[in-house]
Design a protein around this ligand. Structure first.
Ligand SMILES: [Mg+2]
Length: 262
């Protein structure tokens, strides 16, 4: 197996969403570990592309290893890493970070401040960002800072059910400050373009596999990637019908792409 044949295109590389595609919470999707290992053994270039903003790259790596997925740091392309790249390009003298979990460690070599910033970066607030911290972000925005959103997803599925993601909090800051956030994670075109660039293939030879019709499929389609929707994770038939986009392929779950192997 060296590639996939999908709708007349030869797909030589993959962008693979994590949560909802390879696992839900800490439970791997049936057959996903074995099929990921097959992709690695076949030498098919790929990236794990995730909008998760609760885990640093190191935590994502540990999490994948814990579930027995093959993983190396360079294979992970996350929304916090995209935000990091954005901030570094701007060369700011201070940065205000609104995010939960250990995502802060992705930024610890940058000029983080607890009171000011030329850029306010918003991720999933988790349990760590309280009203006062969010309000501090608002005040910094009113003082002239730029608003960057790691992503603006509506919700995600955990083992305990659906939970609110960063989107509503980004919207809160936008509403209060009157500013529009620059989104650097999925579905921004730059995110997909950088992920494809990092595997060194032209876009027409790469497919994106995701469970989210808006962030995964719409975003991938916008930059010319082939899109594959899985019916696991946050897949919701009504949302798929409502969306202005038809995925190139819909499969029951991640290992289902083996039927396109060539
Ligand atoms: Mg997902």
């Amino acid at each position: 197996m060296k590639s996939y044949g999908i709708n007349g295109k030869t797909i030589r590389g993959l962008l693979i969403d994590l949560d909802g595609v390879l696992y839900i919470g800490s439970s791997p999707i049936n057959g996903a570990i074995q099929y990921m290992q097959k992709i690695v053994d076949s030498g098919i270039p790929f990236r794990y592309v995730t909008n998760t903003t609760r885990m640093s790259r190191n935590s994502l790596l540990r999490n994948l290893h814990k579930m027995s997925f093959p993983a190396e740091p360079d294979w992970i392309f996350s929304a916090p890493m995209a935000a990091r790249r954005y901030v570094m390009k701007k060369n700011v003298s201070s940065l205000f970070l609104l995010t939960g979990g250990d995502v802060r460690t992705d930024f610890e070599d940058l000029p983080l401040s607890a009171t000011s910033g030329e850029i306010v970066v918003m991720g999933d607030p988790g349990n760590e960002v309280d009203y006062n911290t969010l309000n501090r972000g608002f005040q910094i925005l009113m003082g002239g800072a730029e608003l960057v959103a790691m992503q603006r997803n509506r919700y995600w599925r955990t083992e305990e059910g659906l939970v609110m993601d960063a989107g509503a909090f980004v919207a809160a800051l936008e509403y209060a400050s009157g500013k529009k956030a620059t989104v650097v994670g999925k579905p921004s075109q730059e995110f997909f373009s950088l992920a494809v660039e990092s595997i060194g293939l032209p876009k027409n030879e790469v497919a994106m596999i995701g469970d989210d019709i808006e962030t995964d499929i719409l975003g991938a389609h916008a930059v010319g990637l082939t899109s594959i929707l899985v019916k696991t994770g946050k897949y919701n038939e009504e949302e798929v019908q409502r969306a202005n986009i038809i995925p190139d392929v819909i499969i029951d779950s991640f290992p289902g792409i083996q039927k396109f192997e060539i």
